[in-house]
Design a protein around this ligand. Sequence first.
Ligand SMILES: [Zn+2]
Length: 508
Amino acid sequence: MKLPLLLLSLGLVLTLPADAQKKTTSLPEFQVKKSETEAHMRFLAGDELLGRRTGEQGNFVAARYIAEQFRRMGVVPVPGNTSSGTSAYFQSVPFEKMGGNGAGEIIADAEIMKSGTDWILMSGEAADIKAPIVYASFGLENSAKSWDDYKGLDVKGKVVLVESGTPETQTPSEIIATSAEKRKLAMDKGAIAMIELFNAPTPWNMVNKYFAGEKISLADNEKAVSKSIPHAWVNGKDAKYARALRAVKEVEFKTAGRASQLVKSYNVAGYIPGTDPKLKEEYVLLTAHYDHIGIGKQGGQPYTPEDSIFNGARDNAFGIVALLTAAEALVKNPPKRSIVLVALTGEEVGLLGSKYYAAHPIMPLNKCIFNMNSDGAGYNDTTIVAVMGLERTGARAEIEMASKAFGLGVFADPSPEQGLFDRSDNVSFAKEGVPAPTFTPGFREFNGDIMKYYHQATDNPETIDFNYLLKFSQAYTYATRLIADRKTAPQWSAGDKYEPAAKKLYGK
Ligand SMILES: [Zn+2]
């Protein structure tokens, strides 16, 4: 395909290249109408969907819309989807939703610490405890027991006091990573509550703002919410509280608790069988998340009574429109390899829909040669698409050729300081070894133009450039076709951090 295009660009318009071009432009993705992509966008980012928050009504409506679009187009459910949901297009994803931080007090001698100001309840039901307190250092042990902070301690029926993080690290991510493990260990040892002195250099008011709100996680158990002892993060930077807690023999711990409930949401999955008798066993996985952050204070950003809905037109109705465009064009004229389309839920609450899918793939991941994810914060350059991981995932030529066919350039990895490759659902598949870039609306840097809409109530469908939405969706579709028709599967660049996972996945 390259040679005729090259000749064309040199002005050598001969019969052969003209035919070749005619053949290309007769592909369904070249026939898409702007009104089709615009209608998807206006529906998905409409106010009636209330910001599509995971596990809430607007989120279910979006899932239903995507499934019924698949049905209308002739995209079939993925073979082997044993979902017990009402639709064969749904993969049910179990979540646990924990309510916001409730009122409470921790009293250590003369010091009275207030919940929501001086501490946050990280989990646990309502409690009114007065019990001995035992200091257990970092509250960790290793499996070989060569390191055991509980050595010689009896914490049964008592409150455990621990430091956050580990002796080596007090980064917020390390604190978060170890916190649940500490709580579990304290419960296993028979403690009735845990107080953790939060010692990261992060400003406490930011920690408080971020962790005190409603929290959604994947449920360990689909049948029942997890049981937990009350577990508080106390502002360890406040020296008088840390000192008092370390000094006292007994502590009072009162909390209204954080109520948990099980909620469901759905990944929406469709399948297009490939045309090549052999290559159809392999597939290209197309993903985009359809959830967003909700309405009013759920959004965590300013809003007004006139506009309180976080519509998520750019993030990520945009990507879903591209996915639906690909579904419709590729089912009309399928490529050699099969296509699996998954509209993901739970991205905004921690990439959870993709994490769940990667752990429970409906079709084996070692038959997945490539994942083309689409997600974005917004755009400020409609002459390009931006692709996170373009130079790492082995399909640069196809992505560039497809974009060029719709008059778009390709910009690789804008704003590397933002670490965007690892901030969307593609990373859930990259970690498994699948070459997985994210195809993003055009921007060269993450600046004010992007922030103006990113996770803001202003990210409305009315502000979308519908000409660009069409071209973007067409380029995404054509790139997918070119990759699915390739002779050989794309490979990670040599030495990439995900290359070892690929070797493991594909066994070579
Ligand atoms: Zn997003």
